[in-house]
Design a protein around this ligand. Structure first.
Ligand code: FAD
Ligand code: SF4
Length: 860
């Protein structure tokens, strides 16, 4: 019997031991494990869920049977302190000596803490172990503000955790942008705006040089090389990792210039009897800071110990950010470093969606990409980048809103059997399909248990779900319509629960109707439901963080950091007094005015601190919020109809006003636009809208699911010659059915394209009430109409909400970076390169509250 000693019982050490036990290695090897931490390995990847209530037991990786397996000995809380390669013996902190035939170093890494003065002060933490998190939680209980030093993947996760603990949270990044190693400039800009929408303040290009103590010697502020101090009661350092190579170094093993124990493709160190795996190893010239590559190394060492060939040649470094409400993914050659690589970029500054696709071979091959705000194409694209799916003729069709319903994207059925679905556990599509067929699996949980797919970082769970559904459909088996393994309910059922039980948070829904910690499927789906059910005022509690961008200030953020103000003008009808007020307000606050394409008046250039005063004046004149910032009904455009026009056959203006007032403020998966025309000449362009009405001699023709925008789609004729009452009933049902069943950020046209049975099915639900939900859908709209309030009016009435409207945390000043020039008699933003140099200012710079989208105070 040979003896294998494992130093370190973290995620990768655990994978090694588990693999060896599974393969029956304990009949050849006696395995002795030394662990520094006092408990068996746990799921560090999901460590943050500790703050959402996950316990040590929830995070445990090893089932009790494994720990009790014959041939395995664990010395917990007893780290190895020395390795004598001459006698092939290790010694531990408690004085144990243990000889080995093979030694595996799986000692992981430590968080890098930059050389900041005062970094040892009470209130400073790192984010790596359960103990670290327990200490952060204890400290956070008695303080109000926290700062994370480091704006990478983990730093943002830590910031989200501080936010969830109720702290006002800041992220400080020394580089010019967030997540510098995963996303490019464009992606980082969109990411930053999304993070700020969560209420987290971001400072980039800010080098922390000192933690400033208070009278009691605890953290009170962060000091920078430049700029004002940042007041904070707690600091988490998350500025990268350093491999724990100290054992290897002391034992004379080869170590890389910047750390890490050098290993060959069999994960062997410079001493052939010693292996190194996971984050302590320098493999293929780099430290792999992700669990998937570590697991791959563990498999390679298991192969070698079993006398089989196995090689580590690199691994997929696709990453996803695990923040509720902030979707970020990067995959493959995200920065386009492959010779001949070209980029296709889709950027939507209003919705903060940024998608960059890197292609090679003149667009015939997907190489990689960065997705921010909408990562739905991630799985398909990353499989293409790996070569497991063919690249379609126009891969750009997969980006932006155009990808739905184009029929060009290969589906999960096209995925090769050899395609690696779960990188963490190296599970291919073929293994998953075989398990489904041979074991008769029908639920994702069963597939996970049988194959391990989806049990690592969880990023592949949506793909595993799609594969399962595809296989079940092929086998003619009824597909389980449960949203995911965390909610044994369909999306529709969950929506009803959220609505009826008036659930306000994802955590609340999980606690009452779900299990586990949620995943990439249920989190965004529930966020979208909460948003469309408009639980409370937009600026209150978790609501604010779940909403899309711009809702933060109830205004549209524009290019130079100012906001636009758009009062509602139902049906385009406006009184002279209201016109005068708009003119006066625009003149007083020096706003640029423009008639929009949808019959409203935009006022651009409003400073955030002026917004409440502007709205006071507008509301006094009988105007109200136009929801131009929200995913909600925008306008019902109209022509003048039979009142003025000699062709008109019905009162199109009157109907448009009636409909706009009925549906104003109705939150939806995406914005909704509508129009009413007084005759077939269609001056209001109703057939390009989410719903459109055209007058006929006998009533109204209703069109649905048209979209303008980047990929226009004509609306479909839904019903003819309706009386007004029936028209409104159908519209109530149609809108609420869309809101209930569409995905987040899905407009009506792609939603219809995806609907099984298309418009005929939709007609059966709305007109024939085939689901028996008609009355319920109507009553939902009635409730909305009864409860509607102008969000701006409510904001003005509440001093706490009003207080949000300031530019700086520490000053009531205006933003000095906002500079205008004049063009055609109106203000327009001065391009950034023309702005006055900030160098002639005196005094410390104020700190931005959370206004994004431009460079300011050197923050990028
Ligand atoms: C909060 C957080 C979130 C993360 N999220 C992701 C993610 O989403 N996706 C992803 O792929 N990766 C993620 N990671 C990284 C992932 O956790 C690591 O890649 C993985 O844990 C590395 O495994 P390891 O076994 O090499 O190191 P570890 O899991 O750190 O285990 C090393 C163990 O060795 C012990 N040890 C050290 N020295 C000795 C010694 N001399 N003797 C005995 N024991 C010793 C340590 O105490 C530790 O328990 C995350 C990490 C953190 C902290
Ligand atoms: S749509 Fe018909 S009624 Fe309306 S303005 Fe045009 S021509 Fe006149």
């Amino acid at each position: 019997m040979r003896r294998l000693v494992v130093a370190g019982y973290g995620m990768v050490g655990h994978k090694l031991i588990e693999t060896l036990v599974e393969r029956g290695a304990t009949s050849d090897w006696e395995i002795v494990v030394f662990a520094e931490e006092p408990r068996p390995a746990y799921d560090r990847v999901n460590l943050s869920s500790y703050f959402a209530g996950a316990t040590e037991a929830d995070l445990a990786l090893a089932p009790p049977e494994l720990v009790a397996t014959a041939g395995l000995t664990f010395h917990l809380g007893d780290p190895i302190t020395g390795v004598d390669t001459g006698s092939s013996t290790v010694t531990s902190a408690s004085g144990r000596a243990c000889s080995y035939d093979a030694l595996v170093l799986a000692t992981g890494s430590v968080p890098f803490v930059p050389p900041v003065l005062g970094r040892e002060l009470p209130g400073c933490f790192v984010y790596r172990t359960l103990e670290d998190l327990a200490a952060i939680r204890a400290w956070a209980g008695s303080v109000a503000t926290g700062a994370v030093v480091g704006g990478g993947l983990l730093g943002l996760e830590a910031a989200n955790a501080l936010r969830s603990l109720g702290l006002a949270t800041h992220v400080v990044e020394s580089g010019p942008r967030l997540m510098p190693t995963q996303v490019d400039d464009g992606g980082a800009g969109a990411l930053r705006r999304r993070i700020e929408d969560l209420g987290v303040t971001v400072r980039t290009a800010s080098q922390a040089i000192e933690v400033v103590p208070n009278d009691q010697g605890a953290v009170s502020a962060l000091r920078f090389g430049e700029g004002p101090d940042l007041g904070t009661d707690l600091v988490v350092f998350s500025a990268g990792i350093r491999p724990r190579d100290e054992l290897g170094l002391a034992a004379g093993l080869e170590v890389g210039g910047r750390g890490g124990i050098v290993v060959d493709d069999g994960c062997r160190t410079s001493d052939p009897r010693i292996y190194a795996i996971g984050e302590c190893a320098l493999a293929v010239g780099r430290i792999w800071g992700l669990v998937g590559p570590g697991y791959e190394m563990a498999r390679v060492v298991a192969d070698r110990l079993m006398g089989e060939p196995g090689e580590f040649t690199g691994a997929d470094c696709s990453t996803k950010l695990k923040l509720l409400g902030v979707d970020v993914a990067s995959f493959g050659d995200a920065f386009g470093t492959t010779p001949g690589a070209e980029s296709i970029v889709y950027a939507d500054a209003v919705d903060n969606v940024y998608q960059r696709l890197v292609v090679g071979d003149r667009g015939r091959r997907v190489l990689g990409g960065v997705l921010v705000g909408d990562i739905s194409p991630h799985q398909v694209l990353s499989q293409m980048a790996r070569g497991d799916l063919p690249t379609p003729a126009h891969p750009q069709d997969l980006l932006g809103p155009g990808r739905e319903g184009r029929g060009s994207a290969p589906g999960v059925g096209d995925l090769a059997r050899t395609a690696r679905v779960c990188s963490c556990n190296n599970v291919s599509k073929g293994v998953i399909c075989d398990a489904i067929v041979s074991d008769g699996l029908t639920a994702v949980g069963q597939v996970k248990a049988a194959t391990r797919a989806g049990t690592g970082c969880g990023g592949c769970v949506p793909l595993v779900t799609d594969i399962l559904k595809d296989e079940l459909v092929k086998a003619g088996v009824a597909v389980d319509d449960h949203l995911c393994e965390h909610f044994p309910l369909s999306r529709q059922e969950l929506f009803d629960i959220v609505r009826i039980a008036r659930v306000r948070s994802f955590a609340g829904l999980l606690a009452t109707h779900g299990r586990g910690r949620g995943c990439d499927i249920c989190k965004p789906a529930v966020a979208s439901m909460l948003a469309s059910l408009g639980s409370g005022h937009l600026l209150d509690g978790e609501q604010a963080s779940l909403q899309d961008t711009n809702d933060h200030f109830l205004a549209n953020l524009q290019r130079n950091g100012t906001y636009s103000v758009v009062p509602r003008v139902p049906g385009g009808e406006i009184t002279p007094r209201q016109l005068v007020t708009i003119g006066e307000v625009a003149q007083e606050f020096d706003l640029y005015t423009k008639i929009t394409g949808a019959q409203r008046i935009d006022m651009f250039g409003a400073r955030v601190e002026h917004l409440p005063r502007i709205w006071e004046r507008l509301i006094d004149a009988g105007l109200e919020s136009g929801h131009a910032y929200g995913k909600a009904l925008r306008t019902v455009k109209s022509c003048v109809g039979h009142t003025w026009c000699r062709y008109g056959v019905q009162d199109s203006t009157g109907l448009a006003i009636q409909l706009e007032l009925r549906y104003r403020g109705l939150r939806a998966p995406h914005k909704i636009k509508a129009a009413v025309s007084g005759c077939v000449r269609e001056c209001a362009e109703a057939q390009g809208k989410d719903f459109g009405v055209i007058a006929t001699e006998r009533g109204w023709n209703l069109y649905v699911c048209g979209n303008g925008g980047a990929r226009p789609q004509h609306a479909v004729l839904f019903a003819e010659d309706l009386d007004t009452e029936t028209l409104i009933r159908y519209l109530d049902r149609f809108l609420m059915y869309y809101i209930r069943t569409a995905d987040r950020l899905e407009r009506t046209a792609p939603w219809l394209n995806k609907l099984d049975g298309g418009v005929d099915y939709l007609r059966s639900v709305i007109v024939d009430d085939s689901l028996g939900v008609g009355e319920e859908l109507e009553s939902e709209i009635e409730r909305h109409v009864a409860e509607y309030r102008c969000e701006w009016q409510e904001t003005l009435d509440d001093p706490n909400r009003r207080r949000r409207f300031r530019t700086f945390v520490n000053s009531d000043e205006s933003d000095r970076d906002i500079v205008f020039e004049r063009e055609r008699g109106q203000p327009r933003p001065r391009p950034p390169h023309d702005s006055d140099d900030a160098g002639d200012r005196s005094g410390p710079d104020p700190v931005l509250v959370g206004i994004s989208g431009r460079r300011s105070n050197g923050e990028g």
